[in-house]
Ligand binder design. Structure first.
Ligand SMILES: Cc1ncc(COP(=O)(O)O)c(C=O)c1O
Length: 423
């Protein structure tokens, strides 16, 4: 089926109530028939649910739908995108291991990598750029994965996924891709070699600024068994879950199953069933919302490009933008609804624009039906040093717009008056 259809119907088989909307299974636990049934469910020998921290029938539909959309064999939904990124690393790396990452990252992902994982003994090595030749020299025997955002937030770089996945696989490590900005409607990283896809569902997929959520999707084809010493947690009996050997017993989606049964089960960043329901509602309309997001974005970008008050402008629909060719190749000619731009006057001018908008909402989110404005240097990225800011692609004056689905003329009127106030 086509993506638009999967987003509405995928993964859902109605229960005996025949409810047409996916029910919110507001329950913590599910009953067992007897001890034998309980044992089989616990050991994952038969499908079933036992305790909501691991899974729930509402969350299960969202997982199946996302796995189908991304072309994966299994998925785990969690309470936030940040939890998804964290688990995606903790599922395969431990103390004294390292991860190599493209440098253009969402602010909290940068902080997680540079400080939190480091404090747990997992070194994250930042390439100077997202090109394969900048990533490859950082890989050594202790490297457990390469990480990147398919479209960087807020740098809007587009990673050459086929080249980076080729080099990851040549070194025997998986490629983990955060596909939040692109969404599977524009780009499916697994088709280009990614082994794991993560999402903040909070953004375009939820789409209404109501619900935090994250997802981890397993492509199901990384050959863990070929690397028994590098990836012991997939190849040796798992002490944290009944001694199972994931690469053998769950060969279809070993990464997703381990993520659920070790990370999620034991540390519990679980998405609530109501959260899963709201994210499913968002997913149903994702394709049509994206059409309006994109047409508004192109019109606003054209307006900004023609305005002498604007010093620079980045968006993926601009043929002169450094990543335009990669965007054409990987995003099927689409343009995500994120625009970054700067006006003369540096940090202070950025703040003045930010303070002056009336319709755009001043907040730190994106992908909402509402248009949003952010000044990363004073908000999401304020903890970063000037050097770290430059590395992740944020200038002091950078304004990030997340273009919503309102009438475009009202949005342009608001930008016009805020630009005047900024200068
Ligand atoms: C690319 C990207 N990944 C991960 C996250 C974290 O997601 P959440 O806010 O749902 O924890 C964000 C949040 O903005 C993001 O933009």
């Amino acid at each position: 089926m086509h993506d638009e259809t999967v987003a509405i119907h995928g993964g859902y088989t109605p229960d005996m109530t025949r409810a047409v909307a996916v029910p919110i299974y507001q329950t913590i636990a599910h009953q067992f028939d007897d001890a034998a049934h309980a044992g089989a469910v616990f050991d994952l020998d038969i499908p079933g649910f036992h305790y909501n921290r691991l899974n729930n029938p509402t969350n299960d539909v969202l997982e199946r739908r996302l796995a189908t959309l991304e072309g994966g064999t299994g998925a785990v939904v969690v309470a936030s995108g940040a939890a998804a990124v964290n688990y995606s690393i903790l599922n395969l790396a431990a103390m004294n291991d390292n991860i190599v990452t493209a440098p253009q990252l969402y602010g909290s992902t940068y902080t997680l990598f540079a400080h939190v994982l480091a404090s747990q003994g997992i070194e994250v090595r930042f390439a100077t750029d997202d090109r394969p030749e900048c990533i490859e020299p950082l890989i050594d025997d202790a490297t457990k994965a390469i990480f990147c955002e398919s479209v960087g937030n807020p740098a809007l770089n587009v990673v050459d996924l086929e080249a980076v996945s080729e080099l990851a696989h040549r070194h025997g490590v998986p490629l983990i891709v955060d596909n939040t900005i692109a969404t599977p409607m524009y780009l499916k990283p697994i088709e280009h070699g990614a082994d794991v896809v993560v999402h903040s569902l909070t953004k375009f997929i939820g789409g209404h600024g109501t619900t935090l959520g994250g997802a981890i999707i397993d492509a199901g084809r990384f050959p863990w068994a070929d690397h028994p010493d590098k990836f012991p947690s997939f190849n040796r009996p798992e002490p944290a879950f009944h001694g199972v050997v994931y690469a053998e017993q769950f060969a279809e989606a070993p990464y997703a199953v381990r993520c659920r049964t070790v990370s999620l089960r034991n540390s519990g960043s679980t998405l609530s069933p109501l959260g899963a329901f709201l994210l499913l509602q968002g997913l149903e309309t994702l394709a049509v919302r994206l059409e309006r997001h994109e047409s508004n974005t192109r019109a606003i970008a054209q307006y900004l490009a023609d305005d002498p008050r604007v010093e620079w402008l980045s968006y993926l629909g601009d043929p002169s933008f450094a990543y335009y060719d990669l965007a054409q190749r990987y995003l099927k000619g689409h343009c995500p609804s994120i625009i970054t731009f700067g006006v003369a006057g540096g940090y202070d001018a950025g703040i003045r624009f930010f303070d002056s908008v009336k319709l755009f909402k001043r907040l730190v989110n994106m992908g909402d039906a509402k248009s949003l404005v952010a000044h990363p240097a004073s908000t999401t990225h304020r903890q970063l040093s000037p050097e770290a800011l430059a590395m992740v692609g944020v200038a002091p004056e950078t304004i990030r717009l997340s273009i919503g689905i309102e009438h475009v003329d009202d949005l342009i009127d608001d930008i016009d008056q805020a630009l005047s106030a900024a200068l």
